[in-house]
Write a protein that binds this ligand. Structure first.
Ligand SMILES: [Zn+2]
Ligand SMILES: [Zn+2]
Length: 244
């Protein structure tokens, strides 16, 4: 597609400029509005954010006693090897993520980078890959929020950010409400690797992990391209609905 090249270049040009401006303004806490520094969340509100459980399945990051592999991962192992989540996708974290996606939460990026780096501690990775966004959504939004999250992680970890290595060919519909099997079917074949990942340990960055079906399909694609290991690092994790 002709806009495959032009959109990333547009991002490269205007995104750092916007992020720089957001950082240079004095911060108001996103949650309570108080003046704060150095991040756009004050320490009192940061202490109340819904942290992901420490006792979690190492593969999918759902709560699990003693941090053991959960029943779902034992029953049907996903293609990714590990998942770390920083938060649960609950208020006010949900509103923070939605603001980021809407383009008026860039001031939160520095804070999110710090939190993601803490959550990533101990994960070995050779490269960082943001969850690819379909070109149509990229054109609508003007940026990929997962790429913005991944930039700071890759920079601190000093790993290449391979944001052009995988394309998203299918703009998958919202998967909410679908059962697990239907979600897997909806995302099947959504990604295409343009580069070789032989022997690479890939750290995938995403904003929110819901069922994990999209991350699973991305990991499957990466492993077909030779990836030795795929770990997910997500800002927020939703808990499964009770009926599932
Ligand atoms: Zn606050
Ligand atoms: Zn699990």
């Amino acid at each position: 597609m002709s806009n495959r090249v032009s959109v990333p270049f547009a991002q490269i040009l205007w995104r750092p400029l916007l992020a720089g401006l957001a950082r240079s303004w004095p911060h108001s806490c996103f949650v309570c509005g108080a003046r704060c520094s150095p991040f756009a969340v004050c320490s009192a509100c940061a202490d109340r954010l819904p942290l992901a459980p420490t006792q979690a399945c190492p593969q999918c990051a759902l709560p699990s006693p003693d941090g053991a592999l959960c029943g779902r991962c034992l029953q049907r192992p996903p293609h990714f090897d590990a998942t770390r989540a920083a938060f649960l996708y609950e208020t006010p974290l949900r509103e923070m993520v939605l603001a980021l996606k809407a383009g008026h939460g860039f001031a939160l990026l520095d804070y999110f980078h710090e939190i993601l780096l803490c959550a990533a501690e101990g994960i070995e990775a050779d490269c960082v890959l943001p969850m690819p966004l379909h070109t149509r959504r990229l054109a609508e939004r003007g940026f990929n929020q997962s790429l913005e999250l991944a930039r700071g992680v890759a920079r601190v970890l000093q790993r290449p950010l391979r944001y052009r290595a995988v394309l998203r060919d299918i703009d998958t519909p919202h998967l909410a409400g679908l059962r697990q099997r239907a979600r897997r079917r909806a995302v099947r074949g959504a990604f295409r690797c343009c580069e070789d990942f032989s022997g690479q340990r890939v750290l995938v960055i995403d904003d929110v992990m819901t069922s994990g079906a999209t991350l699973d399909e991305l990991a499957r694609t990466l492993k077909l391209a030779g990836a030795a290991a795929v770990s997910n690092l997500v800002l927020a994790r939703t808990l499964p609905l009770r009926r599932q």
